[in-house]
Design a protein around this ligand. Structure first.
Ligand SMILES: *Cc1c(COP(=O)(O)O)cnc(C)c1O
Length: 395
């Protein structure tokens, strides 16, 4: 059952301690009608030993890299009395350089095609502020990243959920049919998809773009975990002025706490974002930290191969236990056949492991960790499977 009032993480809005009045909640405030009854993003934050719930890179930043980042931040602090570079020119140059590895042969991508913000969530919010809003629609394909619909709601954009094919895939015909039916202003695709890990075929992106006059946004938060020979949506940018590819430093890049996300698109799209962004939205410290981290891209990404190995090991061992898994190109595994996901979540928590219960019946999602963390999780799952044998789930 959905509670009538929104739960705020740890802090009660209806605190009697505030002024002695009881049970004053946000429902009593003159809040926007379209926000009433909504729930905030709420992945539980629990500090247990094995945290495999929000798809972070669980390997810490290497010490020498951390040292270099700190010295860049120290330098930036000497001029922190001034506003930061509003155009974060150096960071955009660094990000454009970083993306070269994923471009097609002969393709160029310049800093004028890059935009960054405090996490890709903010990038997507700005995109919706510029191209969505009241009276406009965004088409998405659940189950997908929960923030996509939450950002739509926050910006007053109508979220239209469309159906996926079997195994959570989206064929070109499927995306085209949904676009023809709903005529959205914006299409949100997620490849690889969170929370399912499903690859997004490049043909599906091409077909979506050709079927709409609107914006097509591909969320590539997990691009670095894709097979090396799988083309990124970035390769489709030339000649597609309404295509936006969003990336983040929060996942493979081991930088979730720094809050840096970015997108690549035609410079005209970047100009549109400038109309809605807050001035100086990226602090000088964030810019300095991100530029320094990008100087060490190979070291920051060194663990990606290890993470995908642990992911594949999870798939193999969960299957052997009788759980159902799906093709995943990300750093996490969605698995089905869990008799009681809530009970399994709690049982894992008791063993110092946190995973994600997304409310998909009989399913849980787990992020690949270090070899040791993965072992702790798999051993705990074997005990749970012995207690509560896996059940069959529909295809
Ligand atoms: C984790 C995630 C993000 C990252 O958001 P940030 O704000 O950059 O931390 C974006 N999109 C998807 C699909 C994700 O899973």
């Amino acid at each position: 059952m959905t509670p009538r009032t929104v739960r705020t993480a740890g802090l009660r809005t209806g605190s009697a301690a505030y002024d002695g009045s009881v049970a004053f909640t946000l429902d009593d405030l003159p809040i926007r009608d379209d926000l009433r009854g909504q729930s905030p993003y709420g992945a539980p934050q629990k500090h247990v030993r094995v945290q495999l719930n929000v798809n972070e890179n669980t390997h810490p930043v290497p010490a020498d890299v951390a040292e270099d980042i700190v010295s860049s931040i120290r330098q930036a602090l000497t001029t922190v009395n001034r506003y930061p570079d509003r155009e974060f020119t150096e960071l955009r140059r660094s990000l454009a350089d970083y993306l070269q590895r994923d471009l097609a042969p002969g393709q160029a991508l310049g800093p004028e095609q890059i935009w960054a913000a405090n996490g890709s969530n903010e990038v997507l919010q700005q995109l919706l502020q510029a191209f969505g809003g009241p009276g406009r629609t965004v088409l998405g394909f659940p189950p997908t990243y929960s923030m996509h619909s939450i950002l739509a709601s926050g910006t007053g954009t109508t979220w239209i959920p469309a159906q996926r094919d079997d195994e959570f895939r989206i064929a070109p015909e499927t995306v085209v049919a949904a676009i023809r039916e709903h005529q959205p202003d914006i299409v949100f695709l997620c490849g690889p998809n969170n929370p399912t890990g499903t690859p997004l075929p490049i043909e599906t992106i091409e077909a979506a773009y050709a079927a709409t006059h609107g914006i097509v946004m591909v969320d590539e938060a997990y691009a670095e975990f894709m097979p090396a020979d799988a083309p990124s949506a970035l390769t489709l940018l030339p000649g597609r002025e309404r295509l936006v590819v969003s990336r983040t430093m929060s996942k493979a890049f081991a930088f979730a706490g720094a809050r840096v996300g970015y997108m690549a698109a035609h410079p005209a799209v970047i100009d549109a974002i400038r109309l809605v962004r807050l001035p100086y939205h990226l602090s000088a410290l964030t810019q300095a930290a991100a530029v320094a981290a990008l100087r060490h891209a190979p070291a920051m990404l060194a663990m990606v191969d290890d993470i995908t190995r642990q992911r594949d090991r999870m798939v193999k061992e969960l299957r052997a236990m009788g759980y159902r898994t799906y093709e995943t190109w990300s750093n996490f595994v969605l698995f089905g056949g869990v008799a009681d996901p809530h009970a399994a979540f709690e049982a894992l928590l008791e063993q110092d492991v946190i995973v994600r219960d997304l409310g998909i019946p009989n399913h849980l999602r787990v992020s690949a960790g270090t070899e040791e963390e993965t072992t702790v999780f798999l051993d705990a799952m074997r005990r749970i499977a012995a207690d509560q044998p896996p059940v069959r789930v529909a295809a």
